[in-house]
Design a protein around this ligand. Structure first.
Ligand SMILES: [Zn+2]
Length: 331
């Protein structure tokens, strides 16, 4: 029903790929991050939000034709039944359930279990085979309470009113989550955003996720003091270029699950690590497998070995999938 190929997870029965890494005839896409959602497929099926996001990122002609999948509503494809279910990863993200002859496989894509005010929560779907990501599949990865991490940022802003706080956050999902969580914590000042975030933030607003006052992080009058005390959000890549140098004595912050590793934060020159992930931590991964109780677990992109070993020790048949080409842009 599903097997791994160089182009990605393929269904010989249904003749489709899930999140293929090469252009294919028919692709089912779990979410809009660039390593999962690529342009150039002939036919693409995804949630309407994921299709919209792909259109924003790649232009309207990103695929030959598109079909929007409604959450929870089965669609027949060459005798295989397919349904999309919320994955809790980013806006529009979905798990894809594939069913034939009474056997159901759920490809969860990227997912997380904790609350995120910018997308629907993960919905457990009973299945025979559960395909799980393994981005943070080591016991060292235990994400702290997200609200405490946002509180750390706000405390620093209060402590250093003369400095700007430059927050690295992935353009799709993480940036909007940080902004929304700042609002939920009572921060009502204008938040300045890098140009790469504009279209996606606007799109989130159209989907009912209010982000409050945002303004482009550009200096028009040439005065860097404009940003003293401000929170500025940009994609991590922007921190390496000239863009970052315009802000006054910035506190460099990075919102990522990787910030759990101090050494990694230090190497990246991050002064204020914000441990905020759009992926499951170790407890969420093992908790989800325990909750679903599938007959088999297939493990992909990340630290496959550790999770496969945990499954073996806990009575779940498991194997790594060895899919290549996924370097999640939204960790
Ligand atoms: Zn992702």
């Amino acid at each position: 029903m599903l097997c791994s190929t160089p182009a990605g997870l393929y269904s010989p029965a249904g003749d489709f790929y899930i999140d293929p890494v090469r252009p294919v005839e028919r692709a089912l896409i779990t979410h809009g991050h660039s390593d999962h959602a690529r342009s150039g497929h002939a036919k693409v099926m995804a949630t309407q939000q994921t299709l919209d996001i792909m259109g924003l990122r790649y232009g309207a002609s990103f695929a030959g034709e598109t079909q929007a999948a409604e959450l929870g509503k089965p669609i027949g494809l060459n005798g295989v039944s397919i349904s999309f279910h919320p994955a809790g990863h980013v806006l529009g993200s979905a798990q894809i359930a594939v069913e034939k002859d009474g056997t159901r496989i759920v490809a969860s894509g990227d997912y997380k279990r904790r609350a995120d005010p910018t997308c629907l929560g993960f919905e457990p779907v009973a299945c025979d085979v559960f395909i799980t990501e393994a981005t943070f599949a080591l016991p060292v990865f235990r994400h702290p309470d997200s609200r405490d991490e946002i509180a750390k940022l706000l405390k620093s802003v209060e402590q250093f009113p003369e400095r700007s706080h430059l927050v690295g956050a992935y353009a799709l999902g993480k940036a909007q989550r940080v902004i929304r969580m700042l609002r939920d914590a009572g921060y009502d000042q204008t938040i300045y955003i890098h140009g790469a975030l504009g279209k996606l933030c606007d799109y989130y607003e159209t989907q009912g996720i209010a982000l409050g006052p945002l303004a482009p992080a550009t200096i028009e009058k040439g005065s860097t003091s404009d940003f003293a005390g401000a929170i500025v959000i940009g994609p991590p890549s922007a921190f390496l270029d000239r863009w970052a140098r315009r802000f006054p004595d910035p506190v460099s912050c990075f919102a990522s699950g990787w910030m759990r590793i101090r050494q990694r934060a230090r190497q990246g020159g991050v002064e204020l690590p914000i441990i905020l992930s759009d992926h499951c931590d170790w407890d969420e991964l093992t908790g989800t497998i325990t909750e679903l109780g599938p007959q088999q677990v297939w493990v992909t992109h990340g630290r496959e070995e550790a999770l496969v070993r945990w499954c073996d020790l806990n009575g779940f048949a498991a194997r790594p999938l060895h899919l290549v080409g996924y370097e999640d842009e939204g960790d």
